[in-house]
Write a protein that binds this ligand. Structure first.
Ligand SMILES: *Cc1c(COP(=O)(O)O)cnc(C)c1O
Length: 467
């Protein structure tokens, strides 16, 4: 028979002793009482559990519990939002917050956040105004759309369009376009939430115009085109474009809605090279409504933008759900400043980080990589840094088939495994994410602006040092 042993909890120091010791501990001294007590309690609970399940040799000292509490607090703080140096080369990294804002957008946001602002007040006549109207006008002017509605994100824009234009009726979508983005956005679910009935047409790889045409009945309200922005069906595949779908829709008195997602705004060499459709092209091709994100290729804050005719957009604004999905003043501030940069194409490409990263040339990337490698060799003698060619990714559900040649630095750390180095870098301040391939770390310069290089060098140096 096994001997039941009752744990001796008295071996654990009391909370009074622990708080006393914490007041003399450099790591914990400045901690507010609430979180400190919680962390100490959790550490004590962990020790109690250990006493129940296995033999703990020797004394359980206050110092050991303080160490555990300090680790608990560190882990807790690591979950708050904090800047990350993105050396992965994935430009629109959803896990890292997609687009980085332009300096002028950050400045506008900070100024508006610090005090009151004219969010819903017209300062020239002191009358009430609609929030976001200025940004909506900017988008209309830039794209030629009649009206715009800006909401929380593209999923919200799509939901509102479906509710307002197709509730209780059928929407035709090609099977090849039933997308899932990042696990949380599924078109069939959004369709259901919008009260519309999904009518799938064609097959995954082939859908013909006649498939749409044959599916039209008196229950049909809309033909929807979804830009397959995070994957491409390549090879033996085809499906009609926006122009053909719009003509078909109009010939039958239906509405044509283009869920563009990625949101490349204006026609530009950059998008031509990537074969990426733009908002302007979609409108020209005859789409009645176009929806896209603010924080993908547009390079602004998280937002969803729906373009269409004035009368319908005004009607969609009346949906109570639009109130629930409206955007906040900080987003509006950042979006206005971002859109203002588009008045000058060259300036937009330079100052909007997403566009700057997408358009940086291989020569510039190689020169920056060579220079960083030289600094790293000086800062970390003995370690080897090799500049090599590789490929970056647009990411974030954008430009899947556009290879972006880049320059990376390859590094095989001497003293640690790459997994250990990656862990140390993630937990540093600032945190650093890089690309790992087999047993090599890759630092992709495309997503690291020059201002971040000194901090990156420091982070790499301290990650490679033994404690
Ligand atoms: C990204 C994307 C969405 C979702 O956009 P959010 O702004 O993240 O809500 C919807 N549709 C398409 C085609 C997309 O690419």
């Amino acid at each position: 028979m096994s001997r039941e042993k009752s744990p001796d909890y008295a071996r654990i120091p009391s909370m009074t002793v622990l708080l006393d010791a914490a007041a003399r501990d450099a790591r914990l001294r400045a901690m507010p009482r609430g979180p400190l007590t919680d962390a100490l309690r959790q550490a004590v609970d962990d020790y109690r559990a250990r006493l129940r399940t296995r033999d703990e040799e020797g004394d359980i000292t206050a110092a050991a519990i303080l160490d555990a509490a300090a680790r608990i607090l560190d882990a807790h703080h690591a979950r708050r939002l904090t800047p990350v140096i993105n050396a992965t080369g994935v430009i629109l990294h959803t896990g890292l917050g997609r687009s980085v804002l332009a300096p002028s957008a950050v400045e506008r946001l900070a100024r508006v956040a610090a005090g009151y602002c004219n969010l819903e007040l017209n300062l020239s006549d002191a009358k009430r105004s609609r929030r976001g109207a200025f940004a909506e006008n900017l988008i209309c002017r830039l794209t030629g759309a009649q009206a715009a509605m800006i909401v929380n994100n593209n999923a919200a824009a799509t939901l509102l369009a479906l509710r307002g234009l197709a509730a209780g009726r059928e929407v035709l979508v090609s099977r090849g376009q039933l997308i899932e983005i990042g696990g949380s956005y599924r078109l069939p679910d959004v369709m259901q939430a919008g009260g519309a009935i999904l009518r799938e047409v064609g097959t995954t790889n082939k859908t013909h115009l006649r498939d749409y045409e044959n599916a039209i009945t008196e229950r049909t309200a809309m033909i929807m085109h979804v830009h397959t922005s995070n994957y491409r069906v390549v090879g033996f595949s085809e499906s009609p474009g926006v122009r053909e779908l719009a003509s078909l829709a109009h010939a039958h008195g239906l509405v044509m809605f283009d869920d563009l997602g990625s949101g490349a705004l204006l026609n530009d060499d950059l998008w031509r090279a990537a074969n990426e459709p733009t908002v302007v092209e979609s409108l020209h091709a005859g789409a009645d409504f176009v929806a896209f994100s603010g924080d993908k290729l547009l390079g602004g804050p998280q937002a969803g933008i729906l373009l269409g005719n004035r009368e319908t957009i005004e009607r969609l604004r009346e949906d109570p759900m639009a109130r629930a999905l409206r955007i906040d003043k900080l987003t509006i501030a950042a979006l206005e400043a971002t859109l203002e940069l588009y008045d000058d194409h060259a300036r937009a490409r330079q100052e909007i980080p997403t566009l700057a990263a997408l358009s940086e040339s291989i020569d510039s990337l190689t020169a920056r990589a060579e220079s960083l490698a030289t600094s790293l060799r000086q800062a970390m003698p003995g370690e080897s840094f090799i500049v090599a060619q590789d490929e970056s990714f647009a990411g974030g559900g954008s430009l899947p088939a556009w290879p972006l040649p880049t320059a990376v630095i390859r590094w095989k750390p001497l003293a640690f495994s790459v997994d250990e180095i990656a862990r140390r870098l993630r937990q540093g301040d600032p945190a650093v994410l890089l690309r790992i391939r087999e047993d090599t770390c890759l630092i992709d310069l495309r997503t690291v602006p020059s201002e971040s290089l000194p901090a990156l060098i420091d982070a790499l140096r301290s990650a490679a040092q033994c404690p």
